[in-house]
Ligand binder design. Structure first.
Ligand code: BDR
Ligand code: CA
Length: 349
């Protein structure tokens, strides 16, 4: 006998609602943050440590905004502030692969944390070398680890050079760095890439799924005085520290733009919720030679190159070859949604 339509409909709806209700909650994503803390790195780390979507398996420290030694101290103070001593914090490279280190206390304060002082760290450094820890964790959790480099790419490149077998075992790499619309160090280069272009070229071409959260979206994610006032309405050790650092950033970085670009926190935001950005697949290479363009992320928007063939004394274009894109370049961002997520995660903490 055929069941009446209303019973079929009710049964179907009930089944749907049961299915939806009992849908398994997604496991927190296992991430490693490679960082040069750094004011906005500090905000990124606190965002990650306070986001249930992420399971922070390690912080590895790279020199960049500050020296490797200062960066390690800052990272340890940050995990101490968040009461998260179980998160391993490991030192890594002491300098870029081929060039001298360029530190940025000018932009991040003498201590790298906007001159906001934190108590002595109660957490201790992990004895393992950062790139080795990265390799170890990727083998422990094959196809699960997301790498989140928010400093120069030195440690990630060292890990790939030492053990290329990690590449297919990494779930995704989300890089804060690069730009397809001009630099912040100079006309062409973004700071993280400029600080180790050879490392960045290795990481961009390793062959893993890589998302580039560059200046193109970071510069649109401005933390303003109004956001600061909102964060200050709540209190707590992490909340108050973040407000102090963000005050430094808004005052210094916000001159002329009206707010501080949340570069590194946005990369964490994309790991939490990829829908915050839209991306375009592009072939990206890192310029390592150019007189004016060393460190530029050179993006081919069309993923094509003309094929020039020698005919007698000159070349003739005979066609167009297609290139395989290697990077998902973030090209737009829902900035206010992200900024409200950031504030909500740190409010009262
Ligand atoms: C990047 O450079 C550093 O100063 C910031 O921490 C960020 O990672 C922005 O260009
Ligand atoms: Ca950084």
């Amino acid at each position: 006998m055929k069941a009446p339509f209303s019973i079929v409909l009710f049964g179907t709806l009930a089944l749907c609602s049961v299915t939806l209700y009992s849908a398994p909650v997604e496991q927190p994503r296992k991430v490693i943050i490679d960082t040069d803390p750094g004011t906005d790195d500090a905000m990124a780390i606190l965002l990650a440590l306070n986001s249930p979507e992420l399971d922070v398996k390690a912080l590895t420290v790279v020199p960049g905004n500050v020296t490797a030694k200062q960066g390690l101290q800052n990272a340890l103070k940050l995990v101490s502030l968040a009461n998260r001593c179980e998160v391993p914090v490991a030192a890594g490279a002491q300098h870029p692969l081929l060039q001298k280190l360029i530190t940025a206390e000018y932009w991040h304060g003498a201590n790298g944390l906007g001159n906001v002082e934190l108590p002595q760290a109660k957490c201790h450094p992990d004895p393992r070398f950062g790139p080795d820890l990265i390799i170890e964790l990727i083998h422990t959790y094959p196809h699960e680890i997301m790498l989140l480099p928010v400093g120069p790419e030195t440690n990630i490149a060292l890990a790939v050079l030492k053990d290329p077998s990690i590449v297919p075992l990494v779930k995704e790499v989300i890089v804060m760095g690069g730009s397809v619309s001009g630099g912040n160090v100079n006309a062409s280069a973004e700071a993280n890439i400029y600080n180790d272009p050879e490392a960045a070229q290795i990481v961009f071409n390793a062959g893993w799924p890589l998302t580039m959260v560059g200046l193109d979206v970071g510069d649109r994610t401005l933390f303003t005085g109004a956001h600061l006032a909102q964060l200050r309405r709540t209190r707590g050790p992490q909340n108050d520290f973040a407000a102090g650092v963000l005050k430094f950033m808004v005052d210094l970085w916000g001159k002329g733009t009206g707010g501080a670009a949340m570069y590194d926190p946005l990369a964490i935001g994309v790991a939490i919720d990829a829908a915050l950005v839209t991306t375009q697949n592009m072939r990206v290479d890192v310029e390592t030679l150019g007189e004016f363009t060393r460190g530029e992320t050179v993006a081919n928007r069309h993923n094509t190159v003309e094929r020039n063939v020698l005919h007698g004394d000159h070349f003739v274009i005979e066609g167009v070859d297609t290139l395989q894109p290697n990077v998902r370049v973030c090209v737009s961002v829902n900035a206010e949604t992200f900024l409200q997520m950031f504030i909500s995660r740190l409010s009262g903490k």
